[in-house]
Structure formats: structure tokens, C-alpha cells
Design a protein around this ligand. Structure first.
Ligand SMILES: [Mg+2]
Length: 105
């Protein structure tokens, strides 16, 4: 199973669906996936803290790669969307059409 380099959000969501079935992660509930998403967001937060701020970290804190953590967040977000039956690309278009009508102060 490969992911096309010129991929779309729909391709990514489809890939995550197939990957989870292949690896046996497809039986987890949406709540389980949402908890994993918060965990991955925490890991991303730690890399941002380490690589983009002067906030201290424990000297034995494991090295984490920001791009890898962003990928983890995207993968698990796709998993949550798949469990909810949400097409992220379609949802993005719909929500942005609403957002464009807002007045930003
Ligand atoms: Mg991670």
C-alpha cells in the first residue's frame, strides 16, 4: 500500500482507512481515536516547545521530530473523521464558506 505523492485530503483519508484495516487498528472507537489525537497533539506541542521556544525541557526528554508529529496528528485526525463519516475536504470547503461571512476584528 502506497500513498500517492500528489495526494489529496480524500486520498489521505482513504489511505488511513486502508492502513488501519491492514494493521488491525480499525476496530477502535471514535473516543479511542480522539484520545490518541490529543496524545499526538501533546507530542507535537512538545516538539514546538523544544524547537521553537526557549522554554526548558528535561535533559532526558526524547528527541521528537516536528514534521513527524504533524504527520501523526494528520493521520489520527483522518481516523477520527473516518469514524465520524466526515470528508475533510468537503468539510473544509463548507466551513470556510461560513468563515468568509464572518467579520474578523
Ligand atoms: Mg507522535
Amino acid at each position: 500500500m502506497n500513498l500517492d505523492e500528489n495526494t489529496t485530503l480524500a486520498n489521505i483519508q482513504n489511505y488511513v482507512d486502508r492502513m488501519e484495516k491492514e494493521r488491525g487498528f480499525d476496530k477502535d472507537s471514535i473516543l479511542h481515536k480522539f484520545l490518541l489525537l490529543t496524545e499526538e497533539l501533546g507530542e507535537l506541542g512538545k516538539t514546538i516547545r523544544k524547537n521553537y521556544t526557549n522554554m526548558g525541557l528535561a535533559s532526558n526528554a526524547p528527541d521528537q521530530n516536528t514534521s513527524h508529529e504533524i504527520a501523526d496528528v494528520l493521520i489520527v485526525l483522518c481516523s477520527v473523521a473516518n469514524k465520524a463519516g466526515v470528508d475533510i475536504g468537503k468539510a473544509l470547503h463548507e466551513k470556510e464558506s461560513i468563515n468568509k461571512t464572518r467579520v474578523w476584528k
